[in-house]
Each structure stands twice: as structure tokens, then as C-alpha cells.
Design a protein around this ligand. Sequence first.
Ligand code: PAF
Length: 278
Amino acid sequence: MKLVHTLDELREITDAWHNAGEVIGVTPTMGALHEGHLSLVRAAKAGSDRVITTIFVNPTQFNNADDLDKYPRTLDSDMAQLAPFGVDVIYAPGVDQMYPDGFSTTISISGVSEGLCGAKRPGHFDGVATIVAKLFLQTSADRAFFGEKDFQQLQVVKRLAADLNIPVEITGCPTVREADGLALSSRNVRLTENGRKIAPALYAAMQAAGVAIKQGTPVHEALSEAERDILAAGFAEVEYLELRAENGLAPLGTHSEPARLLAAAWLDGVRLIDNIAV
Ligand code: PAF
């Protein structure tokens, strides 16, 4: 497993792999790795000859300086976690490598970026799309693996690759959960002990709403009840809880498959997101 910080070094390696006809898989991350990321690495190993894990805390996708400052930077422990998986390269560029002086390009994707997380985090998906496009071009990966936990991000990345004809096949990997249902996230460590006990109520309420919707309860009723349950459990705010079409994320007032229920809610000053198929 080689730690690479510069694009020149990365290109030397990926050129040799491509010349040898090898398929390159990439798992883009911001580090602070957990089992969710490792599941992407497993999928990448199974579906590629060579695997690159990128670790870059991307400043342009944070719309809050404090959130960016607080984001855990744990390269040593990330490397230790990746070591048993046979990852070939960890690409951890610096900010000046990704955004050199004079950098002026932003990729903005309409439609799937709008609403949900896009509504409350202006510019977030522009930052994601721009950095992911750079990572695709820099790694020249044939395959890329993203978690379904960030379902809107996954749709944005698929749109990006399709619209810009970037020859990379995108695979969405299932959300990994704790035994009590809480979706794994690098932000979970910021929950208090009490908050950690409350947190699974989000997924539980979403599941109950999903079942009710499939059994014919009107969507708005099922969502109102779920929101009440989430707040009653101790969450401070439900930022959104919406039923959307799985492909294209159009809002759904009535259930038609395939659909996704997506939520963001605040607990202990931490923003948790989750989604389920309905
Ligand atoms: O999901 C993430 O960790 C980030 O949004 C990504 C895709 C690595 C882009 O910075």
C-alpha cells in the first residue's frame, strides 16, 4: 500500500496499470474511515484489479468553517484500517494540489442537487461535483464506489459522470448500520452518550413510515407521524423528511416505486442523514 501525495506520482502509477490492461477502482473519501468506507473498499477490491482510496477533506463542500475545522483528520489510523484490505494506493493530496492559486472552475449540477441537502447547504454539491470530477480525472479510475448513505450525493455523482462523459462506472453500496440501526457516519462520534442512545430513533421512525406508506397510509400522514416520533425521541429538529423518486429524486406526494425516503435531522448539534428504499 503506497501513500501518494502528488498527481505526478499518481499518474506514473495509474499509467503503468492501464498499460498492463488493469481495471482501476477508486473509493473517494474524506478520511475518518469507518466500516461504511471499508465496505466500499471491499466492493472495489472485488470489482477491480487495482484499488485507490482517496483521502481529501474537501474545503469547497463545507458551507460552515467550523464544520470544516472540526472534521476529523486521522490519516495514520485510516492507513492502519486500510492495510489489511490490499488497497494499492492511498491518494492524499494537499489543498494546494487540488485547488492551486487561480483555481476558478466550479461544476454545478441542477435537478438532483436541488432540495434535500442541497437546500440547506448552498454550494455543497457544487463542491462535491467539482472535487469528484477532479478525482475521477486524476485517478483515471474505471470504476468508483460510493455509499448509498449519501443517496443524493450518489445521484449527483452519477449525473456528473453521465453528463461529462467521464468513462467511469459508478456503483452505489448499501448503507452500513450499527446493530441498533444507526447509519454509520464520521459525525456519530460527535454525539453525546445520551444522543447516541436517541440517534437510532431516526431510522426506526423512517422504517415505520416506509411500512405505513407501502400499506396505503397517505404519504403526508406517514411523514408527519414519523417527524413527531423523531422529535419526541429527543431530536432538536427535522430538517427534511421527504419521499422522492429513486431515479432523479423528483418529490412524490403519493407512493410509486421505486421510491426513497430521505431525512436529515439535528441531535446534539450534529446533523444526521439517512435514507431507505420504500
Ligand atoms: O462522501 C464523501 O466523503 C465526500 O463527499 C466525497 C465524495 C469524498 C467528496 O469529497
